[in-house]
Structure formats: structure tokens, C-alpha cells
Design a protein around this ligand. Structure first.
Ligand SMILES: Cc1cc2nc3c(=O)[nH]c(=O)nc-3n(C[C@H](O)[C@H](O)[C@H](O)COP(=O)(O)OP(=O)(O)OC[C@H]3O[C@@H](n4cnc5c(N)ncnc54)[C@H](O)[C@@H]3O)c2cc1C
Ligand code: FES
Ligand code: FES
Length: 1330
């Protein structure tokens, strides 16, 4: 939607038509290089380009081929990954370099290779992360720093991050005016942070990535950098600097090879029969090309501007050019504002190729909600259009209102007027021109379409109350715009903000957003600022401020307990780490793509391709009919139930798998799956069950086995009797969340001899996939082998949901007798993933006048979807998180509703996060009812050990293990909680349009240890190879296992064991090599895998001990390699397997932690900025504090996504519509806490736990509720203010802040008409004052 400001603008701005021409934004595809001056060729040409210094020549290619497709399919360079395919994630970023032979200059810029067409890189050089450095030639300092700052977990985003940073470094190095000190680049800290603002990471939480980037910046204070493996905290600044991997900018790699400089060809035309690619060099040439196309009615043309014209980035640079004396100061202000706004469009790597012209044409043709159109409209821009020989110059608003631009018309340029000539208000008045632009987006730095963008240009002389009237101007969004009331109110807010300085010049106004209007004296404000500066640094210009990580190292079980770097982190950074889709395709490999249902409940009468001929490259369709004799329609098998692979005649939810199209390439398969026509029939069928209420009405439930159903606690009638107050039938609704692992679901199935099948699967439980594939194919389990090396992020989504993907590949491979692989595109992945369980909760709570709860009774309806998945575990998990407070007595009824939605599945802290949130909502409700401080309400409901034992039974452990009270108090001190509460009160009293909130939240989270297997083998040279059932998902499992193997074997106590860590290699999980691996889930698999390895080591040490004694006796001492060599000659069995199965006492334990978060809510937009979060989390005796720190930060940020940002929406049939990066917004670097302090609390030794360690993968996610609660506190302040303006009644403090607390949700609670309310109040106040 474009903000309807033009009417107003016309009124206020002097005519721009008479303006001199000043700014020229050329949007035509013109070039000025020799290469490009050579004219368009019409003969067959080849593309010639370089990748990482290697020459590539391509003679025939479809112009729609993207650079990413080429890189991944035709070259050995797999570091650019496919994360989204739509420019929204940065996983595919590469550096593109162009050479200008006239100037002998190389221009380098980052691009998203998924959107860059291969044809457009002719004559260019491409650098991927492998090209920066690699394991053979040596890693680049960027790789080393990512590794050393623990900035890579699963590693799927890491190569893209590294190249984004490299692009920023290269750009900075070219800025001559700056100086870099030795070891540092010319990059600034601000640039370093921004460099990766368009890249998504789902694992790390970004803080360590930001540190790795900042470590290269010229202006970095080394003391501000976070925990890393380079230095110890207490070392001097100089020592620290000397430990960083050296970055020497004078030795930077050449991005453009000499051979290509010599060889550059001028132009190309491809020889594809159906498409041709032309590269006109001038507007005239384009014109004649258009004419020739015009003569041929069958030819359709698309103008691809890509990286060949005035890109948004270049426009920004031009507009920021300060030395340009041609322009007057008013123009410069307008240019600067436009440039600043443009810097928030998409991401750097999109702006580097996206053109202003393409953007405006998209806005014109498709009503694309363009920022550029809006800001240029307000700036009074005009455009120049060429159609055939007809040149037209017209105002931008006229252009936008025209019928869609003909595909043969070209937008040649855009003019911005000279404002000196524009000023039109009668000359006797001293007028000035004001220009401002606005953008309300879930991500402050961009990479998200705005809810609303707006820009205002006005010439003012004297404006007072007339401006107020304008605020009430009618701003009506277009029909069908989501959250229309919110967007209208945003528009009013922006107009208010723009005009605010003019309303009353006597008001105290400070610069910056929303005028920072303050109705107290300036000195008071300064006082607040000073108080704040003592406590935090939120006012700094950088995105993130220095954060603290506090961790204690445990040396008892060396090298266990050491914060060693994640195994393979540098390999992940360089992109050499092999994920399933990086495995080269075997000969004759086919690719599959799912066809899914769009109906929730219907008969599938027929399914066929639209045309009679099979689409390009398609081999066929695999469906339920292809299940072999003896096989079953099985997509998933677990101990809790099964799921079908394909719908069998009847589809039971939108998004259900109907078939699997198999083709020669993934692209062909994806295209063909959209060409399948499905004939549905719903005659005489019951309507689908799409709500939990409907499920209850129709008694559609899944059974929860008694053994899994949690027990009620205490005597509920007694609890009710003790209560002084009761809240009855309060309701909460919680939605779903998508995992957004960066690597989507993927598998490769290879049929082998004797009816066997090898399947490479990105999977959290290969064992279950193994069983399912065997069942589906009707073959014995020993005919199947499932191999998983690493998973590019799982978060629960690759537990059950990866199994049907692997099974479909196996079934297709079985049918076609050829290897079959798939890599789901993001849209299909999002449609099929299921996500977190949505639920509806009704609660009754009884409590005393001091806030102590005496009874809590809950009815919870969980939407489990169509099949059972892990849903029977949900009641237990919900209660695990919910019981964090002493409720006196607790009773509940939890129903698992079977609905016609995709089956909901495990997602990091499944159930626990909802349970923990429900607990906070109840406490907040109690506090607001009693008008008491929420923190006191929390305090009074804390457990004593005896009540903890009552609620958690045997999981409560010993009294000494109950560390929550000490964590709670320690956090209050370390976060200066009480002082900040007071300062925030002051802030809120003083500020009208910004309110802050702070909240301290505890968690209790029960985990369950599961059995798993391990195998340790010592090879003849003394090196060690380890296999474990647990899967490396990025959570650092392999790293902990490696440490444990080194520790376990070192108890042989011979020379050289101190270096065992370097000798251990963990290898991929293989379900035939190591059976009974189990499932990697529930945060405890690292511990159980470590324990199984420790058991293996015990056996090996026992076997080796007698020999060692003998050798020691003979030689005085013995080295590890000598011992092993001798053991081999004596045929000792140096391979041991174990199956760890926890006993009753070590099966369960509780995790504790607490967080304080402070937020600032902008009342005009509803935007919430997280100013600071402090966490203390108990890791027991951490197995690896660096890994655990990463888990804590990453989980917390994923929790921020759940509580604040991510809306996994469906249509009325239950089909997911938030199906890509355009609509689904996970946290980015600009939405995490600006200051993020984490302390790992080391609680005592405990023999029942694995070397006294505790889990860290999931529980910290629950702590993100502190951000939501702090937002709630800020919103309460806003509502209290509305109340004080007489616009809200006494119930202002009772409200329900949705999850996620998105900008529209927050704004709605803060008053959609708050501007009008304020103005009414202000006018009333003034009239009262006379
Ligand atoms: C992930 C992502 C996020 C984005 N976020 C934003 C955002 O927040 N705000 C925003 O405003 N934009 C946003 N964009 C849009 C981005 O700015 C546009 O993609 C870009 O400007 C289009 O330029 P292009 O050169 O790639 O156009 P193309 O895709 O090459 O062209 C678009 C259309 O215009 C035609 N065309 C191009 N140039 C001309 C011309 N000179 N004359 C006639 N026809 C022409 C083409 O033939 C094509 O039909 C985003 C894009 C992506 C990928
Ligand atoms: S895959 Fe290219 S930006 Fe996401
Ligand atoms: S490490 Fe960034 S997505 Fe996994």
C-alpha cells in the first residue's frame, strides 16, 4: 500500500514541473566499459567467467539459470547454499567482481546467487567462501575468526555470512581516506554489523557472529569483543590483539584473475532455441532491439537489469555524495533522506543488483509495495519513458496510476526536482522545505517489507494548529491490505511525527525518531540519560553493544569442560563441510518434488499433469500406487504411532503429500509438481475439523498413554477454599512456529545390489527413518542403511518430518531403479513442516491477597493435527514448563485434538515453552488484579525445596541441586534490576511516545535422558574413530563427544594421552554400523552420547591396562602410539561398543535459569526494541562452556522469534500461507538484544548426571518470555498514559498481549488512535490553561 499523501503533497508543495533538472538516476542498461561498448552480437556466443580464479566457459544455457544453480550443479564449489531462493536469507551470497579495462579497475559487490542469472555474470569473476580460503590452501582470517569466536553452529549460514563480511571488507579497503591499523581492516564497527544484517542464522543468535565481524574493524575496542578461543579474559589488550589470526589487507586476495582481464569478451547471445539473451549497450541500441521484437509478435521480452545498471546501492552512493556543489542544501537534505531510506530496502546483496527502474516498474505493474516509489513520489520525482520511438516525461504519480507498463516500454530515467526552484510560498514569508521518510518494518535495518512506508515533503512558513487538522486526514489502505487499521494509524502517526515540530514551537523537542517529545524539562531528561549511561550503553550508535559472557571452566575431567572450538567450524565457514545436498549426484540421479493437497478433507479423484506430454525432464510420478507388494504406505514410524507416506484416495489436510514428481533436475521436478492437476471431490463428506472447538464437539482426540499423562498435584478443593480471590475462565491462545532450519528437508537414496538401499538423510533420527523405509519398501531392515553426517539445523523439525522425505526418495529410487534425491524448496518445506503445536488454554486461578496462588486449574486444547507424531508427549512437556511456580494445588485437563491440519511436531522446547508462558500469564494476571508489582508476585510463588519435590517428585533431585533461588538473586544484582526498575519509572513518566518495560523471569525445565549407543575404535597409528547414535545438528554434540573420548581414553595414563584430543575423529551416523542410535532430541543426546562413549573407553582402557603395565614395567614408560602398536601385534580387540541406558535415578533432572529483559516500545509504530537481556543459566559442570553458551544464546533468540516476531499463518483451509522469507520473519541481527549478557552458572558435582553436566539446548528458549513480559510492562505504561488522557477506563491494566507480540499487536494495545487521543488531550489541556 502506498501512503495516500500525494493529495496533501500537491497542496503543500510548489509545482515541481518548473524545477531545474538536477538529479539524474539512469535506469537504462548502459555500460561504459570497452567490453560493453562492443555491440550486441547476434551469433552464438559463450559465457566466459571465473569462479575462485578458475575459468569457466558455458556455451549453452537457459537464460533462466541462476548462478547458484550453476555453482551447485556444475562446479565443485558448494559453499553457496540454497536457503530460500528469493533473496531473503543470504545463504547463497557470493562476491561478484567486474573489470573495467578502460579505468583498469575492478568493482566488487556481493550478490545473492539464487537471484543472479548466470548470463549476467559473463565476463565477471565470482568468489565464494572456498575462494577466500580452504583446508588445502589455508583458511582465510574470516574463517578462522568465525571459528574462534564460536560463530558457527550448524554451519549452513556461515559461508554466506563470511562472503557478506568479505564484501564489506573489500568495499571498505577501497575507501582511500581511511587508515587501518596493522591487523585490522578499514571497516568500521557499524559497517561490520551491517555487513551481515541481510543474512539469516537460526542457530547462533548472532552475537558471536557480530563479534567475529567486528574483530576486523578499525575502530573496534578489543575489550568489547565477546568470549572466544583466542585469548583469556585477563590477558592484556596487546596480548589479545596478537592472538587474533592475522588479517593483512595488503595481502588480500585478488578477486579478478588476470587471464579474464585479458580475455574479456564484449557481449553474448545464447544459442538456446527458446530463449535468447541480448545485452544492448546504449539506449539507442535498446530501442532498435525493442523495435525488432515489436515486429515479431511471437517474441516476449523481459528486461533484466540485474547488475548491469544503476542499482539501488549505486544510487545510494550517488545521493550521499557530499562534495557535489551543484546542489543546494535543500536538495542535499532530500538526497540524504532518500539514501538513508534506501539503505533499509532489502539487504546489501539485493541492493547491489536490484535497480531503481525495476523497482518502480514492479510498483507500477504489480502494485509492489515499493519504498522507492513512495519516497520518490513525495520528493516530486518525474520519469522518462521510452516506448518505441516515443519519449514521454511525466510525473511519477501519473506514471504509477497508468495501466501496467507495456513490456516493450523502458523506464529511462528518474528526475528529482531542484527544490530551490520549487519554493513557492509567497516570498515575504520566511519558508523552509521539510522532507522526511518513514518505514515501519519488523526488522529495523531492512530485509523485510514494511507494514507501511511514508514520505512527506512540505514547504512551511508558519504552521500551528492547522497541522493538527491534517492528522485527522483520512488515510485509507487499499482493500485486502492486512492489518488495515494498524496501517492507517501508522500513517497518522508518521504525519503527526513529521508535523510535530511545527505544531507548537514552545514544546521541547529533541531530534530523532518521533521527536522524542518530552513533557518534562530538558534537565530532567539529561538526568535520565546520565543515570542510564552508568548502567548500560543503549545510546551507542552501533547496533549491538559490548556484552558479557561469564563462564567457569571445569578442569576435573580434562579436556572435558574446556571451551574448545566446535569441530569443523572452519570447514563450515569455508563451505567445505558436506551437507546432504552437497554430496555430488551419482550417475543417472533423479530429483523429486512433492505434490501436496490444498484441501483439508476431500477425495482425490484424479491426479495428472496439465498437458498430455510429460513436462520437461520428468520421469514420472510416485504415489501410493507405487508402494511395492509387501510394503506399506508408511511415511513415519515411531513408538507413539505411524503416519502415511501419501494420501490414499482421501486427503486429510491441506499440505498433505499426494505424490512425488521425479525429474532430471530439481528445478524441473519443482516446476512439474506445480503442473499436476488434482481433481478433488467433497460430496457427502463431513466438513473438516479445523478448530480445536470443532474437535471437541466431534470428540476427535488422540489418546495419551496413561504412563505419559502427568499427575495432578495437591488438593485442588483445599486450594480453592484457601483463596481470597479468584479469576475464572481466563483464556489464552498460542499459535504455531516454524523451525526455519536453514537447510530444508533433504535426502538422497541410492539403490544398491541385492535389493538394498542406501539413504543419505538430513535427519535427527536415522534409526526411525531406517525402519520406516524398510516397512514402506517391504524389505528386511538389513537391506536398508541410513547415513547422516550433519544436519543444517533441526530444532525438532528433522525428527519426524525428515522421515517421509527420506522414504519418498527411497520409494522413488526403488521404482525407477536409479538414485533419487530431493532438496525441498522453502515454500514446500514450510507448507509441510507442521511446526509447533498451537493451543487454547482456559484457566481458573485462586490466590491470596498477597499474591500467593493456592489453586490453578487448566483446560488445555492442543491442536495436534492429523497424525500422532510426538503429540502424546505434549501434556507432560507443558506441565514440565508450567510447574515453575508453586501453584498450591494444580489440576488440569489436557486434550490432544485430532484436526484436519498437518501434524504438529517437535520444535525446540515443545510444550515446555508454552507451559512456561502460561505460568507467566497467570502470574501477570494475578498481579494486575491485585495491582501489585509482578516481580513480587513471582517471588511469592517461588518454590521452597519441599514444594518443589511435591510438584516435580523424583526429578527434583537433592536440595543442593535446587539452584534457582540463588540464580534469581544473583541475576537481580548482576543486572542491576532494582535500580533499572526505578530509572524506567522515571523514563516512562517523562516520555510520551516511548515506554520501557523490564521483566525478570525464572524457568524450570525437566529433561529426560534417553538410551543411545556408542562405538570407539583405536586404529593402528593410535588415532581414534568414534561413532555415536546422536546426530550433529549444530548443537556441538560431536565436539563434546570428542572431548569425552579423549578424556575416557586418557585414563590409561601413559605418555602422550594429553594430546589425544587431536587424534579423535567422529564419523557420520550409519544405521547399519551402529544400531539402536535412537533419536536426537530433548537436549540430552549430547550427554547420553558422551556417556556411551565413556563406557566404550572404560572397556578399552580395561583391555589395554595389563599390556600397559607390562610395557611400563619393561621400559619404564610407554607412549600411547607404542602401546597401541603393541596391542595390535597382540590382536587385542581395540574396538568397543556400548549401549547407554540411563537408570531410574539419572533419567530425569531439572534445569534452572532466569533472565531479565528490558525493552522500549515505540507507541506510534508498535515497534519493540530489546535494549538488554541478562541471563544466568545452570549448566551443572558444563562439558564445553563455549558450546553451551552458543546453545543458550541461540535458543533465547529463537524464543524471541516465537514471542515477538514469527507468524506461521494459514488460510481458512489450514494451508500455510506464510511460506517464505517475504512473509515469515525470524530474528535478524537488528532484532536481538542490543546488550546480551550471559552467565553460565556452574552448579556442583552430581554423580547421577554425565560428569555432572546439564542440558542447554532447549531450556534457555523459555527465557525469552522475559522479552514478552517486559513488552507487556511497557504496553501497560502506554495504556496507563491513555487512561490519564481520559481515553481508557480503569481496566487498562488487564489485557492480553498476543504471542507473537508483533508491531500491529503491540500498537493495537497502545491505542490505534493514540495520536488523536493525545491531540484531543493536549488541546483540552491548553484550553484549560487558557
Ligand atoms: C528479498 C528482497 C527484499 C526486498 N525488499 C524490498 C523492500 O523492502 N522495499 C522495496 O522497495 N523493494 C524491495 N525489494 C525489491 C527490490 O528493490 C527489487 O527487487 C529491485 O529493485 C528490482 O530491481 P531489478 O533490477 O532486480 O528488477 P527486475 O526484477 O530485473 O525487474 C522487474 C521488472 O521490471 C522490468 N524492468 C526492469 N527495469 C526496467 C526498466 N528500466 N524499464 C522497464 N521495465 C523494466 C523487468 O523486465 C521486470 O519485468 C526486495 C527484493 C528482494 C529480492
Ligand atoms: S538462497 Fe539466496 S538469499 Fe536465500
Ligand atoms: S549456524 Fe547459522 S544457521 Fe546454523
Amino acid at each position: 500500500m502506498l501512503f495516500e499523501c500525494d493529495q496533501w503533497k500537491v497542496e503543500r508543495v510548489s509545482p515541481v514541473i518548473a524545477a531545474n533538472f538536477d538529479a539524474f538516476l539512469s535506469v537504462t542498461p548502459t555500460h561504459n566499459t570497452v567490453m560493453e561498448e562492443k555491440r550486441r552480437e547476434t551469433s552464438t556466443g559463450s559465457l566466459v567467467f571465473a569462479i575462485n580464479g578458475l575459468r569457466f566457459e558455458v556455451s549453452s544455457v537457459s537464460p533462466s539459470t541462476t548462478l547458484l544453480e550453476f555453482l551447485r550443479a556444475q562446479t565443485p564449489f558448494k559453499s553457496p547454499k540454497l536457503g530460500c531462493g528469493e533473496g531473503g536469507c543470504g545463504a547463497c551470497v557470493v562476491l561478484l567482481s567486474k573489470y573495467d579495462p578502460v579505468l583498469d579497475q575492478v568493482e566488487d559487490f556481493t550478490v545473492s546467487s539464487c537471484l543472479t542469472l548466470l548470463c549476467s555474470v559473463n565476463g565477471c569473476s565470482v568468489t565464494t567462501s572456498e575462494g577466500l580460503g580452504n583446508s588445502k590452501d589455508g583458511f582465510h582470517p574470516i574463517h578462522q575468526r568465525f571459528s574462534g569466536f564460536h560463530a558457527s553452529q550448524c554451519g549452513f549460514c556461515t559461508p554466506g555470512m563470511c562472503v557478506s563480511l568479505f564484501g564489506a571488507l573489500v568495499k571498505a579497503e577501497k575507501k582511500d581516506q581511511r587508515e587501518a591499523s596493522p591487523g585490522f581492516s578499514k571497516l568500521t564497527v557499524v559497517e561490520a554489523e551491517k555487513a551481515i544484517s541481510g543474512n539469516l542464522c537460526r542457530c547462533t543468535g548472532y552475537r558471536p557472529i557480530a563479534d567475529a565481524c567486528k574483530s576486523l574493524a578499525a575502530d573496534v575496542d578489543i575489550e568489547d569483543l565477546g568470549f572466544n578461543s583466542f585469548w583469556r579474559k585477563e590477558e592484556t589488550r596487546e596480548a589479545k590483539m596478537s592472538r587474533l589470526p592475522v588479517y593483512d589487507h595488503s595481502l588480500e586476495i585478488s578477486t579478478f584473475p588476470e587471464f579474464l582481464k585479458r580475455e574479456i569478451k564484449s557481449s553474448l547471445l545464447l544459442d538456446s532455441e527458446r530463449y535468447s539473451w541480448c545485452k544492448p549497450a546504449t539506449a539507442e541500441e535498446l530501442q532498435s532491439l525493442l523495435k525488432s521484437i515489436d515486429a515479431d509478435s511471437k517474441t516476449r521480452m523481459k528486461l533484466v537489469v540485474g547488475n548491469t545498471a544503476v542499482t539501488i546501492s549505486k544510487t545510494i552512493e550517488a545521493l550521499k555524495e557530499e562534495n557535489n556543489s551543484e546542489f543546494n542544501s535543500e536538495c542535499k537534505i532530500v538526497f540524504k533522506r532518500i539514501a538513508l531510506h534506501m539503505e533499509k530496502i532489502a539487504s546489501e546483496f539485493i541492493r547491489n543488483t536490484g535497480s531503481v527502474g525495476g523497482n518502480l516498474v514492479m510498483a507500477q505493474r504489480k502494485h509492489f509495495p515499493s519504498d522507492i516509489a513512495t519516497i520518490l513520489l513525495a520528493a516530486g520525482a518525474s520519469v522518462h519513458i521510452l516506448t518505441g520511438t516515443l519519449h514521454e516525461k511525466l510525473a511519477l504519480d501519473e506514471f504509477l496510476e497508468r495501466p501496467p507498463l507495456d513490456s516493450k516500454s523502458v523506464l529511462l530515467n528518474v528526475k528529482i526536482p531542484n527544490y530551490a526552484a520549487v519554493k513557492n510560498i509567497s516570498s515575504e514569508m520566511d519558508s523552509k522545505l521539510l522532507f522526511e521518510t518513514y518505514r515501519a518494518s519488523p526488522r529495523p535495518l531492512g530485509n523485510a517489507l514494511p507494514y507501511l512506508n511514508a514520505a512527506f515533503l512540505t514547504e512551511v512558513s508558519c504552521l500551528k494548529s492547522s497541522a493538527v487538522k491534517m492528522v485527522k486526514a483520512n488515510v485509507v489502505p487499499e482493500d485486502g491490505t492486512p492489518s488495515p487499521a494498524y496501517r492507517s494509524s501508522l500513517a497518522a502517526g508518521y504525519l503527526f511525527d513529521f508535523l510535530f515540530p511545527l505544531i507548537d514551537t514552545s514544546s521541547k523537542i529533541h531530534g530523532g525518531w518521533s521527536g522524542e517529545y518530552c513533557n518534562t524539562s530538558l534537565s530532567e531528561d539529561a538526568e535520565i540519560k546520565q543515570k542510564y549511561s552508568q548502567l548500560d550503553h543503549v545510546q551507542l550508535p552501533t547496533l549491538l553493544t559490548s556484552s558479557e559472557q561469564v563462564l567457569e571452566l571445569n578442569h576435573d575431567h580434562h579436556p572435558v569442560g574446556q571451551p574448545i572450538k566446535k569441530i569443523g567450524a572452519a570447514l563450515q565457514a569455508s563451505g567445505e563441510a558436506v551437507f546432504v545436498d552437497d554430496i555430488p549426484s551419482p550417475a543417472n540421479c533423479l530429483h523429486g518434488s512433492f505434490v501436496h493437497s490444498i484441501k483439508p478433507f476431500a477425495r482425490v479423484k484424479d491426479m495428472k499433469f496439465k498437458s498430455k506430454l510429460l513436462p520437461d525432464g520428468v520421469s514420472g510420478l510416485v504415489s501410493v500406487r507405487d508402494i511395492p507388494k509387501g510394503g506399506e504406505n508408511r511415511g513415519c514410524t515411531t513408538k507413539l504411532g505411524t503416519e502415511s507416506l501419501f494420501a490414499d484416495g482421501l486427503t486429510q489436510h491441506a499440505g498433505e503429500r499426494l505424490a512425488f514428481v521425479v525429474a532430471d533436475t530439481q528445478k524441473h521436478a519443482d516446476i512439474a509438481s506445480n503442473l499436476v492437476e488434482v481433481d478433488y471431490d467433497i460430496e457427502n463428506l463431513e466438513p473438516p475439523i479445523l478448530t480445536v472447538e470443532e474437535a471437541v464437539k466431534r470428540s476427535s482426540f488422540f489418546e495419551v498413554p496413561l504412563s505419559l499423562y502427568p499427575k495432578q498435584v495437591g488438593d485442588i478443593s483445599k486450594g480453592w477454599a484457601e483463596a481470597d480471590h479468584k479469576i475464572l475462565s481466563a483464556k489464552i491462545k498460542l499459535g504455531s512456529q516454524y523451525h526455519f532450519y536453514m537447510e530444508t528437508q533433504t535426502a538422497l537414496a541410492i539403490p544398491d545390489e541385492d535389493n538394498t538401499m542406501v539413504v543419505y538423510s538430513s535427519n535427527q533420527c536415522p534409526e526411525y527413518a531406517h525402519v520406516t523405509i524398510a516397512k514402506c519398501l517391504g524389505i528386511p531392515e538389513n537391506n536398508v542403511r541410513v547415513i547422516t553426517r550433519r544436519v543444517g539445523g533441526g530444532f525438532g523439525g528433522k525428527a519426524m518430518k525428515a522421515i517421509p522425505v527420506a522414504t519418498a526418495c527411497a520409494l522413488a529410487a526403488h521404482k525407477f531403479r536409479r538414485p533419487v534425491r530431493t532438496y525441498l524448496n522453502r515454500k514446500i518445506d514450510m507448507i509441510m513442516a507442521g511446526g509447533r503445536h498451537p493451543m487454547e488454554i482456559t484457566y481458573n486461578v485462586g490466590f491470596k491477597s498477597n499474591g500467593k496462588v493456592t489453586a490453578l486449574q487448566l483446560d488445555i486444547l492442543i491442536n495436534a493435527g492429523i497424525s500422532v507424531d510426538i503429540s502424546p508427549l505434549m501434556p507432560r512437556n507443558i506441565l514440565s514448563g508450567l510447574k515453575k511456580y508453586d501453584w498450591g494445588a494444580l489440576s488440569f485437563d489436557i486434550k490432544l485434538c485430532k484436526t484436519n491440519h498437518s501434524s504438529k511436531t517437535a520444535m525446540r522446547a515443545p510444550g515446555e515453552v508454552q507451559g512456561s508462558y502460561i505460568a507467566e500469564t497467570v502470574i501477570e494476571h494475578v498481579a494486575s488484579t491485585l495491582s501489585m508489582d509482578v516481580d513480587s508476585a513471582r517471588n511469592i510463588n517461588f518454590y521452597r525445596y519441599d514444594s518443589l519435590k511435591l510438584f516435580y517428585d523424583f526429578a527434583a533431585g537433592d536440595p543442593a541441586e535446587y539452584t534457582l533461588p540463588s540464580i534469581w538473586n544473583k541475576l537481580a544484582a548482576s543486572s542491576s534490576f532494582k535500580q533499572r526498575v526505578e530509572i524506567i519509572k522515571e523514563f516512562n513518566r517523562c516520555k510520551v511516545w516511548k515506554k520501557r518495560g523490564i521483566s525478570r523471569v525464572p524457568i524450570v525445565h525437566q529433561v529426560f535422558m534417553r538410551p543411545t549407543t556408542g562405538k570407539v575404535s583405536i586404529l593402528s597409528d593410535g588415532s581414534v574413530v568414534v561413532e555415536v547414535g546422536g546426530i550433529e545438528l549444530g548443537q556441538g554434540l560431536w565436539t563434546k563427544v570428542k572431548q569425552m573420548a579423549a578424556f575416557g581414553l586418557s585414563s590409561i595414563k601413559c605418555d602422550g594421552v594429553e594430546n589425544l584430543l587431536d587424534k579423535v575423529r567422529i564419523i557420520q551416523a550409519d544405521t547399519l554400523s551402529l544400531t539402536q542410535g535412537g533419536i536426537t532430541a530433548g537436549s540430552t543426546t549430547s550427554e547420553s552420547s558422551c556417556e556411551s562413549v565413556r563406557l566404550c573407553c572404560e572397556v578399552l582402557v580395561e583391555r589395554l591396562a595389563p599390556l600397559k603395565e607390562t610395557l611400563q614395567g619393561q621400559m619404564g614408560s610407554v607412549r600411547w602410539d607404542e602401546l597401541i602398536c603393541k596391542a595390535y601385534t597382540q590382536s587385542l580387540n581395540l574396538s568397543a561398543t556400548s549401549h547407554y541406558s540411563p537408570d531410574f535415578n539419572s533419567m530425569h533432572y531439572l534445569n534452572y535459569g532466569a533472565a531479565v529483559s528490558e525493552v522500549e516500545v515505540n507507541l506510534l509504530t508498535g515497534e519493540t526494541a530489546i535494549l538488554r537481556s541478562d541471563i544466568i543459566y545452570d549448566c551443572g559442570q558444563s562439558l564445553n562452556p563455549a558450546v553451551d553458551l552458543g546453545q543458550i544464546e541461540g535458543a533465547f533468540v529463537q524464543g524471541i522469534g516465537f514471542f515477538m516476531l514469527e507468524e506461521y499463518t494459514t488460510n481458512s483451509d489450514g494451508l500455510v500461507v506464510a511460506d517464505g522469507t517475504w512473509t515469515y520473519k525470524i530474528p535478524t541481527i537488528d532484532t536481538i538484544p542490543k546488550q546480551f549478557n550471559v552467565e553460565i552458572h556452574s552448579s556442583g558435582h552430581h554423580r547421577q548426571r554425565v560428569l555432572s553436566s546439564k542440558a542447554s539446548g532447549e531450556p534457555p528458549l523459555l527465557l525469552a518470555a522475559s522479552v514478552h513480559c517486559a513488552t507487556r510492562a511497557a504496553v501497560r505504561e502506554a495504556r496507563q498514559q491513555l487512561h490519564s488522557w481520559g481515553c481508557m477506563d480503569e481496566s487498562y491494566s488487564t489485557f492480553n498481549l498476543e504471542v507473537p507480540a508483533t508491531m500491529p499487536a503491540v500498537k493495537e494495545l497502545c491505542g490505534l488512535d493514540s495520536v488523536e487521543s493525545y491531540l484531543r488531550w493536549e488541546m483540552g489541556r491548553k484550553s484549560r490553561l487558557g
